[in-house]
Ligand binder design. Sequence first.
Ligand SMILES: NC(=O)c1ccc[n+]([C@@H]2O[C@H](COP(=O)([O-])OP(=O)(O)OC[C@H]3O[C@@H](n4cnc5c(N)ncnc54)[C@H](O)[C@@H]3O)[C@@H](O)[C@H]2O)c1
Ligand SMILES: [Zn+2]
Length: 365
Amino acid sequence: MSDIMRTLTVNLGDRSYPIHLGEDVLTRVGELLRQAACGEKVGIITNPTVAGLYMRPVEEALSRSRFKVTPLLVPEGEEHKSLESLSAIYDRLISERFERNSSLMALGGGVIGDLTGFAAATFLRGIPYIQVPTTLLAQVDSSVGGKTGINHPEGKNLIGAFYQPRLVLIDVGVLRTLPQREFLAGLAEVIKYGIIEDPELFGLLEEKLDRLLTLDRDLLVKVVAASCAIKARVVEKDEREEDYRSVLNFGHTIGHALESLTGYEKFLHGEAVATGMAQAASISMRRGFCDEESHRRIHKLIMRAGLPTKIPSNIDPLELVRRMEVDKKSTGGKVKFICCAGIGRNRFHWLSPQEITAELRLIDG
Ligand SMILES: NC(=O)c1ccc[n+]([C@@H]2O[C@H](COP(=O)([O-])OP(=O)(O)OC[C@H]3O[C@@H](n4cnc5c(N)ncnc54)[C@H](O)[C@@H]3O)[C@@H](O)[C@H]2O)c1
Ligand SMILES: [Zn+2]
């Protein structure tokens, strides 16, 4: 075992599971699946990009531990987190005679993770699945917490289920091949954890951002572990987002609206969220929840990470409001807007999209 391998646990009673993270985890997936008592058939769901980079070591590690591997390739891209891909996966699992104790492994980013999780949740009323996230966003966010699903032509993530993985295996070494823009987008979610829950993590990012951007191994392990620990704690408190889990939406009300308004083409998710976080911090300060110093530090860190803080001036704030209104998270005309109450502290505030618009106008006028 690599000397920097760490294990965290997501405590959810009989649905609890470990997150193993470190470097060279990919070469150990076989023994880790054995430890977790996975059945002998494993379907690896991935896309051609990730397969080209990592299928071989993963397949070899599983074969060494005598697993029977079925590779299932889904085309690259968010548009393939779809019913068509799901249907192709079911066809293949049936033809390969997958059984209740067979498992699926999601080898890839959040697209592959969400799709695989939903296939696992629904095939034979639920078979085990293992998350092996290969983007920073998937390592710190989507692989933990059991939100699975696919997109519908009418909207993202409209079809899905809460279904926890059996195991999460995070190899930070794979981040070396990730395009830098994707890495930075994932970093936005890490910054989010610092802002809403963890002043120490935020301080670490401020102090060591430059080193983190060189993908220093020990630092990556530390930062990814801290992020997973926060995500795990939030999910333990509120697995099905009935209440507390919505703190994870900090920066997302505005971020989602921005992504949707620009057709999911201009911004990566993390970039839109970075803008949303900077704007939410400004709204929080104007409303008297967040002190000026925290506000300044938030804007500065986001900018140092090469992420955007401003809404482009060609975007009509009223159009943004319309997008917030159709967001499935709005209730009774108000949005549960997550505010920052100083670094590491959050609070909820019900705001109408109109009130948010007014604030955005103030900010970006
Ligand atoms: N389930 C959840 O809780 C949750 C949370 C956040 C986001 N999501 C979902 O996650 C998805 C976004 O995930 P993402 O940001 O990981 O994007 P992604 O899965 O599209 O991956 C981004 C790109 O990186 C490539 N890639 C992946 N790993 C690589 C590696 N190691 N080296 C080189 N290239 C690599 C992929 O092929 C892809 O082109 C969205 O569908 C979103 O809805 C889910
Ligand atoms: Zn997000």
